[in-house]
Design a binder for this molecule. Sequence first.
Ligand code: ZN
Length: 267
Amino acid sequence: MQLHQTQSLVLKTTSYRDKDLVVHFLTKEFGKKTGIFYGARSQRSAYRSMSEPFSLLGIEFSEKENADMITIRSADLLESHVDLRKNYHHFLLASYFTELVHISLIPDPESEAYFELLENALNHLPSKKDITAHKIEFELKLLHLLGVYPQLEHCVICSKPVFQEAPVKTELNPKKNRLYQIDISHGGVRCETCFSSNSQSILINPGSLMFLNRWSQTLRNFNSLEIRPTRQNLAEINPLIQESFKLHLPRQPKASSLLEKALDGVG
Ligand SMILES: [Zn+2]
């Protein structure tokens, strides 16, 4: 049997029998894997600290064909991310990121991109002052990796270019900007002609469309972007992200509602 060595992040841990823990990993090269740390529930076990979520490990494992679990031959703790457990908001956000990755369907060959997304997000979290911006950045990057980032440049119904048009101000209400409609079930923006009363569509202002579009271009070009979302961006884009997760993830992250409550009122 072939031995593999890889870095892996602990996504979730559950008790198993009296003394053992089942650990779900995201490996850097081999996709998501599940293995058992034998004796890890005992106080003296070195595996105990390695089983904490967010831990970065170096592991050596073997795997039988079609087996549900890998056999862990050895493991080293590379980074415990202990700082993330000291701040309630950081802990909730790290739990949310980790759970999102845990429930996402990740093809093994695409493992590394998701691994880097999560590892970077966890590494940078303690230094982030604006954690709602950090949250939206992670969510948009995840939608991009999952291949379900909303399509913004052309109308999803008639393919007409949408973004290039100057927003029209109506004569009756000159102060009111035109709103754009994002149709999650169709995967993107609807032009004015294709506006629908479909309740699944979400209305956003031109500023939020611009914000999403800049992120879209940045993600496609593998660049990094330093634009801070405004409060209005956050308020408009968050429902859109949550609807996308509802549609594209097998279940909703449990950490989500607790996090929303905690972030309520945090700027
Ligand atoms: Zn259209």
